[in-house]
Design a binder for this molecule. Sequence first.
Ligand SMILES: [Zn+2]
Ligand SMILES: [Zn+2]
Length: 349
Amino acid sequence: MKTIEYEIRDGALAWIKNPVSGVISYVVDVRGKSFAFTLGGRGELDPAASALSAEEIARTRAACPFCPGNETMAPAEILRVTPAEFPQWQGGGELSGAAPWVMRVFNNLFPRIPAELTGGRNESYIVVEDPRHFSSPHPHAAGDLMCTGALGEVHFLRLLETDVALMRRAMENRAVRSIVIRKNQGRESGASQPHLHQQLIGAPAALPALIAEAAAERRAPGLWEELLELVERLGLLIERRDGVVSFASPIGAFPRSYDVMMPQFRGTLAELEPERLRLFARAMCRILKVLGPLPLDYEIHQGEDLPLHAHINSRLYPYSAVAGTLNLPSALVQNVAALRRALQRHEEF
Ligand SMILES: [Zn+2]
Ligand SMILES: [Zn+2]
């Protein structure tokens, strides 16, 4: 049964309708389009830009509430991962300022959902992923930041394990029914702090994005299998191994969206056995590694009887949704082929 609406013309996808949101993505050739205006001012991507002075680096770190030494500038710590608990950590030394922690968790000063709705407890959390603010000892610009993709797969797994510990804590609150894990990297993605961090949000009810996905599947049983078949046929599959599939999504929220899915597992990260958590973390991290410091966001969707999955949106190019339509670059298939080649050079496990 075909439930996803799309049209193939001359062997290529012409358009496809997102069965969850109804948004139609039209495939267009944007190679001739200039993004100079929208991408202006990205000094950190200019290799010729001069390096920040030692004073500028020191000033930036001193003002950052997520940097080591500034712990009192952030809300009270809830949990931390120390270097002794994570001996594989590669980040000790000058860049991390000999920090006594690798990851740190505290409440978000600005809860996503008012505490009154979750039993009077703020269930929005910040996970600082690493003490290193900058990606190198000689950053070229304030935007030359440490990013998740540079941390590697072992570190990313440890981050998800920290999320699981935090999820268990949040679930002790009987008012919490659903948990989403969210990341914004870079100004263009709406990150309000430059220091790499992730958010975990406990909600009193299933979040609307998940309710919409679950409703779409009820309307069209077999939806995810059909999507995966289509993705494979269109040449958008990135990797499929050990029960985890990653692909460039033709129905993503942005023109360059990547999904990681465990089609056979319907549950939360906390219910995943350790080895399978590692496989999910690996697949996500491999895409984050290729995207590197580019602006991006990701969201891990879990529960509501949906297959566990993550949406990773590359945000370098401007959001171009117009009246429920989106444009997909016609070079997407070639981009995915290049991404697959890049991943073959990135074997870590
Ligand atoms: Zn910092
Ligand atoms: Zn989702």
